[in-house]
Design a protein around this ligand. Structure first.
Ligand code: PMP
Length: 362
C-alpha cells in the first residue's frame, strides 16, 4: 500500500511522517494494551492522560519553554483564535498592534474589530500583494500585545527575525511553521497553531500561553471561550479531540527521537527550501512570488510564464505522483508546501520534475 503513496505538497491538512502513520495503524485496534482503539477510550482514562501529558512535555522540551508557559489543546481550528485572543487578552480600554502580512492576519483583524476591540494595523505588505515582511514600523509601547503571523501560508513569506516589542507580549499564529526551526520563545505571550500542517491532523489547535496573559482572562466569558478553562483542566474541561492529540504526540515523538530535535529539523528544512528556491532562481521560467529576504521555509510559492502552463504543470505533476501543487484559490499560481514531514526525497522528485518540465516547455 505504501508504494501507492504520492509525494504530498498539500498546504494543510498535509503530509504526516510515514512512521507516525504506521504506528497509528499498528496500534489502532488495541491502544497501549487497553483492548480498545484510541478512538474508543475515555478521555478521563490513564491511557489518555499519558498521551496528553507526553504531548505537553514534548512541546515544552522541543521549544525550550520555561515554567511560565502552559500548553493547551483547543478546538475551533486556528480560526477561533482570531476571536479568542482579543476576547481574552484585549480589554476595552486597551489597543493591540497587528502587523498585516497576509490573508490570515487580515482575518484576525476583522474578528477583533467585530468584537468592537481597538486594533492598530501598524504595518502592512498588502500594497505589494503581501509579497514581503515589513521592516520599518513603529510599535505602540502601550499596546496590550503585538500580533503577527510567523509564516504566511498563502503568500509564501515568513518572519526571519521577529519584531522587537520592547517587552510588549508578542502573539503569533504559527499554524504553518511551528517547530520548523530553532527559536527564542521568551518574547512570546501566546503562540498558537492549527495542528494540520506541521504537527498533526486537523481537529486540534495548540495554544502556548504565558502566565501573565492567563491572569488577564475575564471570567465573564463563556467557559469554552476562556483560556483559563483549559489551563485549569489540562485541556480536559470537556471531551477533547483524543485522536488528533494522540497523533500530535506521535509527531512530536518523531521530531524528538527520529529527527533528533529542532536544530536537526531546521537543517533539513533549510536544505529542502534551498533546493526548491535554487530551481526558481535558475532560469527565469519559474518565478518566486515572495521577495527573496522574506521567503518561507514551509510554503514555496511560484508562477510559470502563463496560466495555461501552470495548469499543465499541475496536471502533469499530479500524473507523476506529485500532489497538492496548486496555489491557494485566492492567489492562483503554484505552491509547494514542504512542512517538517516532507522528506528530501520528495523535494528531489519535485525539482527533477520541474527541471524536466522547463526543458520541454521553456
Ligand atoms: N492561520 C494560518 C497561518 C493558516 O495557514 C490557516 C489555515 N490554512 C489558518 C490560520 C486557519 O486555520 P483553520 O482552518 O484551522 O481555522
Amino acid at each position: 500500500m505504501t508504494d501507492k503513496r504520492i509525494y504530498n505538497f498539500n498546504a494543510g491538512p498535509a503530509a504526516l511522517p510515514l512512521p507516525v502513520l504506521g504506528e497509528i495503524r499498528d496500534s489502532f485496534l488495541n491502544f497501549a494494551g487497553s483492548g480498545m482503539s484510541i478512538t474508543e477510550i475515555s478521555h478521563r482514562s490513564k491511557w489518555f492522560e499519558d498521551v496528553i501529558n507526553d504531548a505537553v512535555a514534548r512541546t515544552k522540551r522541543i521549544l525550550k519553554l520555561d515554567d511560565r508557559y502552559q500548553v493547551l489543546f483547543l478546538q475551533g481550528g486556528a480560526s477561533l483564535q482570531f476571536a479568542m485572543i482579543p476576547m481574552n487578552l484585549l480589554r476595552d480600554n486597551e489597543t493591540a498592534d497587528y502587523i498585516n502580512t497576509g490573508t490570515w492576519v487580515a482575518k484576525a483583524v476583522k474578528e477583533a474589530k467585530l468584537l468592537g476591540k481597538k486594533v492598530n494595523v501598524v504595518a502592512s505588505s498588502e500594497d505589494k500583494k503581501y509579497s514581503y515582511i515589513p521592516k520599518n514600523f513603529k510599535l505602540n509601547p502601550d499596546a496590550a500585545y503585538v500580533y503577527i503571523t510567523s509564516n504566511n501560508t498563502i503568500e509564501g513569506t515568513q518572519w526571519d527575525k521577529f519584531p522587537e516589542t520592547g517587552g510588549v507580549p508578542l502573539i503569533a499564529d504559527m499554524s504553518s511553521d511551528i517547530m520548523c526551526k530553532v527559536m527564542d520563545t521568551k518574547p512570546f505571550g501566546l503562540i498558537y497553531a492549527g495542528a494540520q500542517k506541521n504537527i498533526g491532523p486537523a481537529g486540534v489547535c495548540m495554544v502556548i500561553i504565558r502566565d501573565d496573559l492567563l491572569k488577564k482572562v475575564p471570567d465573564t466569558l463563556p467557559s469554552m471561550l476562556r483560556y483559563t478553562t483549559f489551563s485549569n483542566s489540562n485541556s480536559l474541561y470537556n471531551t477533547p479531540p483524543c485522536f488528533a492529540i494522540y497523533t500530535v504526540q506521535l509527531v512530536l515523538k518523531w521530531l524528538e527521537e527520529t529527527v533528533g530535535g529542532l536544530d536537526k529539523m531546521e537543517a533539513v528544512n533549510r536544505q529542502k527550501a534551498k533546493m526548491l528556491y535554487d530551481v526558481l532562481d535558475a532560469g527565469g521560467f519559474y518565478k518566486g512570488t515572495a521577495e527573496k529576504d522574506s521567503r518561507s521555509l514551509m510554503n514555496v510559492t511560484f508562477r510559470l510564464p502563463s496560466e495555461d502552463l501552470e495548469k499543465k504543470f499541475i496536471k502533469e505533476a499530479t500524473d507523476n505522483g506529485l500532489g497538492g501543487l496548486k496555489g491557494h484559490r485566492s492567489v492562483g499560481g503554484c505552491r509547494a508546501s514542504i512542512y517538517n514531514a516532507t522528506g528530501i526525497d520528495a523535494i528531489q522528485a519535485l525539482t527533477d520534475f520541474m527541471k524536466a518540465f522547463e526543458k520541454k516547455n521553456g
